[in-house]
Design a protein around this ligand. Structure first.
Ligand SMILES: [Zn+2]
Length: 341
């Protein structure tokens, strides 16, 4: 893979290749839009033995090692599992390694993926390295939630924003790859990521989306926890809600649906992701107040954080709805959630 294969973010990538990559930087932007890939490509390009203009050659020994993930001057750090943090031991090792000169390339790269998952001790341990890295070392913090980085980290790095691809860019790319028939629907679940558009299980995504859409419409109509609870007891929902990864996906679908309702409310229909359910969304949008929507989106985001922390995924999913009873001004306090059921 080289820069030519990478879609979107041309401006920021060309800026970075014009010798503007600072010693410490944050690559910020939504998940799955190529931030880590861009960081790895920049590292490979900077060390390529025979770069072709603005791109790497892909054939030299350095490019081979970079593609195989075993270039001694390109180090990638990331959490071991989805709910793991990046530990201080790993960051201490990185700070040590960053002091060395390149083994065989021109620059040493240290790429920390999901950098917001550094725990506080880990983050504090790299402050000094970020402040004065050796001339030949580059540190890149890849991050989808830069606001969760310590302020002391952010102030030592230059931030570059990466943007998702547009709906139409994804459709074009899918068409070129022979997905004409499914392009529109795949793009609607892709959240700006071509990788996701290509790899997702379309039938599963549609079924998930329809299921949570049903819950959302029902909640707005009846706001009955009993009905919600019963819907969550029916398979496959019942099994899904026991699995963190599945709940994460369902929450994501809910988030996109709620965003769609928001776009309809503010009159930007073109930004609606779930175009195939446009008529149903328009109907629901008429019954929903903007206030409630922003509250709902807030609690979905909270549930997304909770699901990766400690709460049981089922409880996390059910609590979300209780926090967002239509008409109620404030979310319920945690202790009241179940007593009011
Ligand atoms: Zn090369």
């Amino acid at each position: 893979m080289n820069f030519e294969d990478l879609l979107g973010n041309e401006a920021v990538l060309s800026l970075l290749r014009r010798g503007r990559l600072p010693q410490a930087s944050v690559f910020a932007g939504p998940e799955g839009i190529g931030k880590k890939t861009s960081a790895l490509l920049l590292a490979a390009w900077a060390n390529c033995k025979a770069p072709c203009g603005n791109d790497l050659c892909g054939r030299c020994p350095s490019c081979f090692k970079a593609q195989g993930g075993n270039h001694p001057d390109i180090r990638l750090y990331q959490p071991e599992g989805a709910s793991d943090s990046i530990k201080i031991e790993a960051m201490r090792e990185m700070s040590r390694e960053a002091q060395y000169r390149p083994f065989e390339g021109k620059l040493r790269f240290f790429i920390i993926d999901e950098a917001e998952k550094m725990n506080e001790a880990a983050a504090n341990s790299i402050l000094k390295t970020l402040e004065e890295p050796p001339e030949t070392s580059r540190l890149i913090l890849v991050c989808s939630a830069p606001q969760r980085l310590l302020a002391t980290i952010r102030s030592r790095c230059q931030t570059f924003r990466f943007r998702p691809l547009t709906h139409n860019q994804i459709i074009d790319a899918l068409n070129r790859q022979g997905y004409e028939e499914e392009a529109e629907r795949r793009a609607s679940f892709a959240e700006g990521s071509l990788g996701k558009a290509l790899s997702l299980d379309l039938d599963q995504a549609v079924a998930d989306r329809d299921r949570v859409f049903g819950l959302l419409a029902d909640w707005r109509k009846h706001s009955s926890f009993l009905k919600l609870y019963q819907a969550c007891e029916i398979e496959p929902m019942r099994s899904d809600l026991k699995k963190r990864a599945r709940v994460r996906l369902l929450l994501k679908q809910l988030q996109v649906l709620a965003q769609d309702l928001y776009f309809l409310q503010v009159g930007t229909d073109g930004r609606v992701a779930n175009q195939d359910r446009l008529a149903d969304l328009q109907e629901l949008a008429q019954e929903v107040e903007l206030d409630w929507l922003s509250r709902f989106l807030y609690h979905v985001a909270e549930a997304q954080k909770d699901v990766d922390r400690y709460v049981s995924p089922l409880m996390c999913f059910e609590t979300l709805w209780l926090q967002c009873r239509p008409g109620s001004e404030m979310g319920l306090h945690a202790a009241d959630r179940y007593s009011q059921v």
